[in-house]
Design a protein around this ligand. Structure first.
Ligand code: SF4
Length: 311
């Protein structure tokens, strides 16, 4: 089975249906402890370097070039120059359904066309299970660290549907203290232990913005996928994303919001708008290089928890 690197959300069901296995190149980074030589955002710089040095090997690469991240567009082109067959995938900013449908057809063509349509239903089932896990952690029946580990892996379903299904089934329910219900918005933290640290400091993360996008979109054919993925909030105008966030935060009864931002990421510019539009205590933190959550961020999380305790 060909291994297809993806740099952000690309419908994994379509890649599986084309007889290949998706591999989200971001998922190896938090535990990698890599310090890239030439960088803006560490996420794209690290996967670019690992691809060029063949520390990550893929048969081809899909770079999400439109509607998401321009650092990825440039670093993706550098990786492509090392000889990896590369396809550039674009989300429409204006939600144009026909445009996204044509992008999905082009992607399918790049991958050799749909050969295993039967996996689409299976993946839809797995995503329903992901949504149930998300609800359980919201009710305090699953730790946010365990939930996050599975939800973030829905971007590529670890390239192994049977193994991923077993990993979901192996999760055990437990009772978690859900005081201080926190939403984690923005791109995911580059620190591999962030959710454990937050939990230890008395902050229960009941919403992970980007991983939630991985489980809520799908489709059993290209038309359905286009309809669904048109609502991928990170590729849409900020106002639509904020409207969506408001509904989710209300539904999950959150007490506060943590906005994680990444050094040299354009999403940092959204912070002031999110602060203005979301009516919750909001802590903004910024990360740079992968590894453990730094002491300074731990202290800020602790101070934030103490402030919430006083409310
Ligand atoms: S953190 Fe920002 S700049 Fe870095 S890959 Fe993600 S969207 Fe792009």
């Amino acid at each position: 089975m060909n291994k297809i690197g993806i740099t952000a959300l690309v419908p994994p069901e379509l890649i599986f249906a084309c007889g290949a296995a998706p591999f989200d190149v971001n998922n190896v980074i938090p535990a990698s402890r890599k310090y890239p030589g030439n960088k803006l955002c560490a996420w794209t710089a690290i996967w670019k370097e690992m691809l060029i040095k063949k520390e990550i090997t893929v048969d081809s690469l899909i770079v999400v070039a439109g509607g998401d991240c321009h650092n990825a567009l440039v670093d993706g082109q550098k990786a492509a120059m090392s000889g990896i067959p590369t396809h550039f995938f674009f989300y429409p900013f204006d939600g144009d359904l026909e445009y996204l449908e044509s992008q999905l057809h082009r992607l399918s063509g790049f991958l050799g066309g749909i050969r295993s349509p039967e996996v689409l239903k299976k993946i839809q089932e797995l995503k329903k299970q992901g949504q149930m896990l998300d609800k359980k952690r919201c009710r305090g029946k699953l730790s946010s660290a365990e939930a996050f580990r599975i939800l973030i892996s829905f971007s590529d379903l670890t390239g192994d549907l049977a193994g991923f299904s077993r990993a979901i089934s192996a999760l055990e329910e437990k009772d978690i203290d859900v005081r201080n219900r926190v939403a984690l918005i923005g791109v995911p933290p580059i620190y591999h232990d962030f959710h454990e640290v937050a939990q230890t400091l008395g902050l229960h993360i009941v919403f992970d913005e980007l991983p939630y996008e991985f489980i809520r979109h799908g489709g059993c054919d290209i038309k359905e996928m286009a309809r669904d993925y048109c609502g991928y909030t990170f590729a849409m105008p900020l106002e639509s994303r904020i409207d969506f966030l408001k509904k989710e935060l209300r539904k999950r009864k959150v007490d506060a919001v943590i906005h994680y931002t990444q050094f040299a990421c354009h999403h940092m510019l959204e912070d002031e708008v999110l602060r203005e539009k979301l009516d919750y205590p909001l802590l903004t933190i910024q990360g740079d290089l992968p590894g453990n959550t730094p002491q300074q961020i731990k202290l800020r999380l602790e101070a934030f928890r103490e402030m919430l305790d006083r409310l």
